[in-house]
Design a protein. Structure first.
Length: 375
């Protein structure tokens, strides 16, 4: 089928499900800590507060049992979507020999294309590869090249946003510096590089909420603002961009998701205050806070990358059918009370790998079109 995806809820026909093959570690360095700032600074329930990493880069190994269970869960997600009649595409796995990438300015470890939502924005019939925010993910979309090439041959547009040089000076640290605490010191004296060009555009597609011909984009830094400027100019006449500010440090799909026209799933009532006026008129579902026993107990050396609200990161198969983590009964019951058919799916280690069902998937074909849902 031809690429066609304008929203988050219309009947899903084709999707990319990420891969966790050869996921071995997280590399903590400036871009990683800035990106995960909001989650790294917190110490919820029994989780340990992190100490500052050593200067430069430091690898945080992931225990093999977690990786094995993650692979089991990801493959099960793909099977369940296929059982629901959805055509599932997969990225190329990272080869074990590929453990580092290098650019003019830096080198970094490599992670597989697991959270495929993050670095690709699908707008109608166009694939837009967004400028990455974490160095280890710089070339991640290349693992999706065979999938994108097939859609291109079928008529899709395929665009790559400008790639940042990503030196230390490229990052706007103001958001992290204004939120006290956490694992990193305020960023005031970035390491000099001959390739410094000042702030550059860096922005993940998961900072966007797609609503037919409208796109809500979250901006927390100058890096985000530059990228949204680019999006506005590139999509002018086809889509309307609505800016929201500091709804989160980056991604918003564990803060707000559109389940169908007129209905939002939100983390708290306060989230609505950040949204465009037209969206504030939509009905909302606010589930109860998750319970601590919804999550595995981890060791002190395990790196926690998401808040306990990660299970709001659901995937809609159609306006009345939603994939939800089976470990989150409060959310399941809430959605069932609102007449949704809930498909419970196992996903154990979402807090270790930074994503839920919405993050792990990239919907490439849905039935919806460029409708105007805000007027």
């Amino acid at each position: 089928m031809k690429l066609n995806s304008f929203d988050e809820w219309s009947p899903l026909r084709e999707v990319v499900v990420g891969s966790a093959v050869n996921y071995t570690s997280h590399e903590r360095e400036l871009s990683f800590d800035l990106f995960f700032h909001d989650n790294l600074v917190r110490s919820e329930w029994y989780y340990p507060r992190l100490s500052a990493p050593s200067a430069g880069k430091s690898a945080s190994a992931i225990k093999q049992r977690y990786v094995d269970e993650l692979n089991e869960d990801v493959e099960n997600i793909a099977r369940i979507l296929e059982s629901l009649g959805v055509l599932v595409h997969r990225p190329m796995p990272v080869h074990p020999s590929t453990n580092e990438v290098k650019t003019l300015a830096w080198s970094a470890s490599v992670v597989p294309a697991l959270n495929v939502r993050d670095n690709t924005l699908i707008v109608g019939d166009e694939i837009i590869e967004t400028p990455p925010m974490i160095r280890s993910r710089y070339f991640e979309t290349q693992l999706l090249s065979p999938v994108f090439a097939d859609y291109f041959r079928s008529g899709a547009r395929w665009t790559v946003m400008p790639r940042p040089l990503m030196t230390d000076a490229s990052f706007d640290p103001s958001y992290a510096n204004s939120n006290a605490g956490g694992p990193i010191e305020p960023v005031q004296d970035p390491e000099k590089s001959p390739y410094d060009v000042g702030y550059e555009m860096m922005f993940d597609a998961a900072q966007c909420l797609r609503l037919g011909r409208d796109i809500v984009a979250n901006i927390a830094t100058a890096n985000h603002a530059l990228a949204v400027d680019w999006l506005e100019r590139h999509l002018e006449g086809r889509f309307r961009i609505h800016r929201v500010y500091q709804l989160s440090d980056s991604h918003i799909d564990s803060m707000v998701l559109a389940l169908r026209p007129g209905l939002l799933l939100v983390r708290s009532p306060e989230v609505v205050d950040y949204l465009p006026a037209a969206l504030q008129k939509w009905d909302t579902i606010v589930p109860p806070p998750p319970e601590s026993n919804n999550f595995p107990v981890y060791d002190d050396d395990d790196l926690i990358l998401t808040s306990p609200y990660i299970d709001l990161n659901v995937l809609s198969v159609d306006p009345y059918t939603v994939l939800v983590n089976d470990a989150c009964p409060e959310l399941v019951r809430t959605l069932e009370r609102h007449k949704f058919t809930v498909v419970p799916v196992r996903h154990r280690h979402r807090r270790l790998f930074g994503g839920g069902f919405h993050c792990f998937t990239l919907d490439t074909v849905r039935d919806g079109g460029p409708e105007d849902y805000l007027n």
